[in-house]
Design a protein around this ligand. Structure first.
Ligand code: UD1
Ligand code: CA
Length: 476
């Protein structure tokens, strides 16, 4: 059972029906290229080596594997270019020189992302290092697939491709999934004997099944009943179907942990395409998530946290009891965002990298916060910007106020002491410090440090003129 295991991933196909410039195996499911999902499977199998068969878009496919693919796996990754593509058997022939020749070879498809690790382990076990093991499934509509042809004693004799099958064979509902485990020395022997004498004039990998039977090598069909695990992506419709299936699995997993989802069909977890960070939503007890939320990268929700409808949250930690109201956008990018216990954010707030909110902080509609710390109890409730700011406890930051943190060349810090009240529509021109307990009058442009405990005004003085008349309309 611990014989070395190598994986061949078929990824040379064009994917014409995707109608995309992107190679099919690089189309994304849950923010992650399909091929990476398959490489994850290889990692789960503790593969020794993985050979990816490339063809269409080979350069792009190789480049995409260089970054973050199969993270956590320790396998050795190689590529074999198949040019032209003469069939699945021809594809595996290209990989052969890169395989060690001992142990078991597992053949996977770069466009089949949802196979469970346990299924592949069971398949390898069924092969036992000496038999040919095929992953099969029964389909109500098996058309297009290779059919599993059995002898009267039910032993597997061969696979017949749909285009080569007789009417009687086409009535068989058990199909080959495209996934097999085969002893490496036998694979080499059988591949050498393939011909393209068939309806498609291709070298069929599936022809090795009849060779095994002829050589007296037992063929085992490991038949599963979950067709999703072997479903491939050929079109945008199928990609969307598998996306929903993947999301459904994640939603169920979260609900099983106690998370309350308003609608499991309207939740999305995604890898962060920018960093490759995995989709990882960690929830403490009694978390509630309303419909339409998208969680990207690593997000942690503390006990009792509530996420309102249609929030996009990436790379952030939301502490216990915090409430994120609808339509809020939080993106910590690589730095992260922290929302403190009992904080209230939204609706329509925007928290950017380095936003660090303390306990009971309130951030309201159309407030943008970047690279700023808001200490416990601070509030910025409406239409405001805080960038590169240190905001003290209980500060009230008025509607329409902004930090002018960028002089066109450098960024500067604004420090607002505890218990400061910044009136509405102020411009704090950084670098600037507002001393503790001070008040900045509405409409002020603050360019110099303000001492603590005083009223600071920086605006035109209001006048009311008594000797003034409204203009009257001139006679024509
Ligand atoms: C194949 C199987 C069929 C099985 C079906 C499951 C063969 C001959 N048939 O059929 O029994 O039911 O998968 O989906 O194996 N590829 C290459 N190079 C090639 C041809 C294909 O890399 O020259 C790759 C494709 O990109 C794809 C995979 O191999 O990832 C399967 O190829 P595809 O053409 O989809 O095979 P099917 O005809 O569907
Ligand atoms: Ca196919």
């Amino acid at each position: 059972m611990n014989a070395p295991l190598d994986v061949v991933v078929m990824a040379a196909g064009k994917g014409t029906r995707m109608k995309s410039r992107t190679p099919k195996v690089l189309q994304r499911l849950a923010g992650r290229p399909l091929l990476h999902h398959v490489l994850d499977q290889a990692a789960n199998l503790a593969a020794r080596r993985v050979v990816v068969i490339t063809g269409h878009g080979a350069t792009e496919v190789e480049a995409a594997c260089a970054s973050g693919a199969g993270a956590g796996g320790t396998f050795d990754l190689k590529f074999a270019l198949q040019q032209p593509q003469l069939g699945t058997g021809h594809a595996v022939q290209q990989a052969l020189p890169l395989l060690a020749g001992d142990g078991t070879v597992v053949v996977l498809s770069g466009d089949v992302p949802l196979t469970r690790a346990a299924t592949l382990r069971a398949l390898v076990q069924a092969g036992g290092g000496e038999r040919l093991a095929l992953l099969t499934v029964r389909l109500a509509d098996p058309s297009g697939y290779g059919r599993i042809v059995r002898a009267p004693d039910a032993s597997v004799q061969r696979i017949v491709e749909h285009k080569d099958a007789s009417d009687a064979e086409r009535a068989i509902t058990e199909i080959y999934s495209g996934i097999m485990a085969v002893p490496a020395p036998l694979l080499a022997r059988w591949l050498a004997r393939l011909t393209d004498d068939n309806a498609q004039h291709e070298y069929y990998l599936t022809d090795i099944v009849a060779m095994a039977a002829a050589d007296g090598v037992p063929v085992v069909a490991h038949c599963i009943d979950d067709a999703l695990q072997v479903a491939g992506v050929n079109s945008p419709v199928q990609l969307a179907e598998l996306e929903r299936a993947w999301q459904r699995r994640e939603a169920v997993r979260l609900m099983e942990q106690g998370v309350r989802l308003a609608d499991p069909a309207r939740l999305d977890l995604r890898d962060d395409e920018r960093s490759g960070a995995r989709a990882e939503l960690t929830c403490a007890q009694d978390v509630e998530i309303d419909v339409g939320c998208i969680f990207t990268g690593r997000v942690t929700l503390g006990e009792g946290a509530r996420i309102g409808a249609y929030c996009c949250i990436a790379n952030a930690t939301i502490a216990a009891g915090a409430v994120i109201q609808p339509y809020t956008h939080i993106d910590g990018e690589s730095r992260g965002v922290q929302v403190g216990e009992g904080a209230r954010v939204g609706p329509y707030s925007r928290l950017r990298p380095g936003a660090d909110l303390g306990r009971e902080v309130h951030v309201g509609n159309f407030v943008e916060i970047k690279n700023s710390t808001l200490a416990d109890g601070a509030k910025a409730n409406h239409l405001a910007y805080l960038g590169d700011a240190t905001v003290g406890e209980r500060v009230n930051y008025g509607a329409g106020s902004i930090t002018a943190n960028y002089d066109g060349v450098n960024k500067h810090r604004t420090v607002i002491g505890p218990d400061v009240h910044v009136g509405s529509n102020c411009v704090l021109v950084a670098p600037v410090t507002i001393g503790a307990g001070g008040v900045v009058g509405a409409g002020s442009v603050v360019t110099h440090d303000a001492p603590p405990g005083v009223l600071t005004l920086g605006r035109g003085r209001q006048v009311s003129k008594t000797e003034w008349h409204r203009p009257a309309k001139k006679a024509p």
